[in-house]
Design a protein around this ligand. Structure first.
Ligand code: GDP
Ligand code: MN
Length: 361
């Protein structure tokens, strides 16, 4: 997950990396009421999730008496097609020099890769083309909390006094925040010291829970229900409902539906060891999709018991046709229960999928 500039700067500030004084506003009126918190020279920075905002008109220099009107205009604009909902209003820095600093993962080296350049303020792709010699690289030792001083010297060269401590602090941020990217471009030298004028942090999505970041996604009613029961559930828009156990088996079922020309309505993995009640909720959930007119249940009994599955399907009591493939633990009992109630069972995935496509037409 990419943090916005103001979120990333908050992280840097907490880690001891200087950032310009600033306030985040969500309207021009809000800025009007907070002008006294900022000095005379001001930059307005649109908080949109694209790079190169400067060139796209998302970063404007202003003065105290023009800032509100300029912010009003910026809120009306789109930057690279994105609406401006938030503006970071910052003290304008008097830039003496701009550096580039970033840390990513080098997948081949299986370690953090640190890039530093004397030529900052331009995108790294441009820099790689125009000033390849200006970029210095180092691969960190992943288990170390700090970068060794020799590495910082090699990266920073003559700038080591100015930026050395910041390189190490950004490295700590990178590790502590489970980041995939931590970038300061430009890292700016002023007469007041060195500041992160821009900041970009991408947190590894696999670490969001550990980082205490809870993304406020807009879940549909059914997605909420699925989450409640712990199902892996994705809506796909077709008319054949799918319930499987294990991501592999469920994906294979989707592939087969696609292979034979059908359209799956969803992916739903009930997980291992599903009890009858879980299965019932899964079947009802998928059946509640308005587009679904047939459901394929493809379950392998391992820890999951086929008779429990059968009871769940029967208890769901849904109007649509359910076509079942059950194999494994307690298979005979499961089949007996289902056939008693007149459910259709077939022996292979291939057969259930073909049958379901026929019914769905
Ligand atoms: P990006 O274009 O999305 O990467 O946005 P940046 O925050 O990096 O800003 C782009 C450019 O605007 C920077 O490289 C700077 O040259 C300039 N800029 C940003 N903040 C300031 C500031 O406080 N003072 C001055 N003078 N220039 C700034
Ligand atoms: Mn930038």
């Amino acid at each position: 997950m990419k943090l916005r500039e103001y979120e990333a700067k908050k992280v840097l500030k907490e880690s001891g990396i200087p950032v310009p004084a600033g306030v985040l506003v969500r309207s021009a009126d809000e800025l009007a009421s907070r002008l006294n918190e900022i000095g005379d020279a001001i930059v307005l920075k649109a908080q949109v999730d694209v790079g190169g905002r400067g060139k796209a008109g998302g970063i404007l220099a202003a003065e105290k008496h023009t800032a509100v009107a300029m912010a009003r205009e910026l809120f009306e604009k789109q930057i690279k097609g994105l609406p401006v909902r938030e503006i970071l209003v910052e003290q304008k820095l008097a830039i003496v020099h701009e550096y580039y600093l970033s840390i990513t993962i080098d997948r081949a080296a299986k370690a953090p890769l640190i890039l530093f350049s004397d030529v900052g303020g331009v995108e790294i792709e441009t820099m790689a083309k125009e000033h390849p010699d200006a970029i210095r690289k180092a691969v960190a030792m992943p288990l170390m909390r700090d970068l060794p001083p020799f590495m910082i010297r090699e990266l920073a060269g003559k700038a080591v006094k100015e930026v050395g401590p910041i390189i190490n602090k950004l490295y700590r941020v990178f590790c502590e925040k489970d980041a995939l990217l931590a970038e300061i471009n430009p890292l700016v030298v002023t007469s007041q010291g060195v500041f992160a004028a821009d900041a970009k942090i991408i947190v590894d999505d696999n670490a969001l829970a550990r980082q205490g970041i809870f993304v406020n996604r807009d879940l549909s009613e059914r997605e909420r229900e699925a989450e409640k029961h712990g199902f892996s559930y994705v809506e796909l828009g077709g008319n054949i409902g799918v319930i499987g156990n294990g991501a592999g088996l469920t994906m294979a079922t989707l592939d087969l539906i696609g292979y034979y020309g059908g359209n799956a309505a969803n992916f739903l993995d009930v997980g291992g060891g599903a009890e009858s009640e879980r299965v019932m909720h899964a079947v009802r959930l998928v059946a509640s999709l308005p587009s679904v007119n047939v459901i394929v249940v493809n379950l392998l009994g391992g820890i999951t018991k086929c008779d429990e599955v059968a009871r769940g399907i029967i208890a769901a009591g849904i109007p649509q046709k359910v076509i079942v493939r059950l194999a494994g633990t307690n298979e005979a009992e499961g089949r007996r229960l289902l056939s008693e109630k007149g459910y259709e069972m077939l022996d292979t995935m291939d057969l259930v999928v073909k049958k379901a496509i026929g019914v769905a037409r």
